[in-house]
Design a protein around this ligand. Structure first.
Ligand SMILES: Cc1cc2nc3c(=O)[nH]c(=O)nc-3n(C[C@H](O)[C@H](O)[C@H](O)COP(=O)(O)O)c2cc1C
Length: 166
């Protein structure tokens, strides 16, 4: 996959669609935007393999950790080979307080719904580009939180989306 293809996927998954309002490609309850996307790069032209954070405001990738994390991801996902074979794995996490401070307990539900909206956007854009995609829910939270350096309380991993050439 090229960097331009990844850029396209990220933009249509959860990128800024209106700079003035800050609204994005995916809806968010009260525009609180609790979901973060961490692309784990296995094989993207022009990008060092490793973990990045997608900065929505700048439409940029911020490096988090350099390295090959394919085996570690597969191990944390019950041995699923998709984590090894995917070109890129989008790890969706939530910073819960962004939404729960406005909606209290109900915010928990909104956060899960929003992860689904983003994953569906990813699915649509990747499919339109002739790429394969699979949503992955079977994994150990602790494994991915450790990989990303998340505390699992304020911010925790929610969902994985494997994207690749088919
Ligand atoms: C919440 C959720 C979790 C899923 N977790 C996994 C998973 O851990 N491993 C996997 O291979 N597929 C997983 N899937 C993909 C489903 O198996 C897949 O969507 C289903 O078989 C239908 O195939 P399709 O999406 O290609 O139409 C998950 C899908 C969803 C919506």
């Amino acid at each position: 996959m090229s960097l331009a293809e990844l850029s396209h996927i990220l933009h249509y998954s959860n990128g800024l669609t209106d700079k003035r309002s800050g609204f994005r490609a995916s809806p968010s309850a009260g525009a609180t935007y609790p979901i973060e996307i961490y692309p784990v790069i296995n094989n993207v032209e022009g990008l060092t393999t490793g973990i990045y954070r997608y900065s929505v405001s700048a439409h940029e990738l911020e490096p988090i950790r350099e390295g090959d994390f394919r085996q570690e991801m597969a191990q944390a996902a019950l041995g699923q080979r998709m984590l090894i074979e995917a070109t890129v794995v989008l790890v969706l996490s939530a910073i819960f307080e962004r939404t729960t401070r406005l909606y209290q307990e109900r915010g928990q539900r909104y956060i899960l719904l929003e992860a689904g909206h983003i994953a569906q956007n990813t699915s649509l854009v990747a499919t339109s580009m002739g790429l394969g995609i699979c949503a992955i829910g079977a994994f150990y939270d602790e494994g991915f939180n450790r990989l990303l350096g998340l505390d699992g309380q304020q911010e925790s991993v929610l969902y994985l989306i494997a994207v690749g050439k088919i």
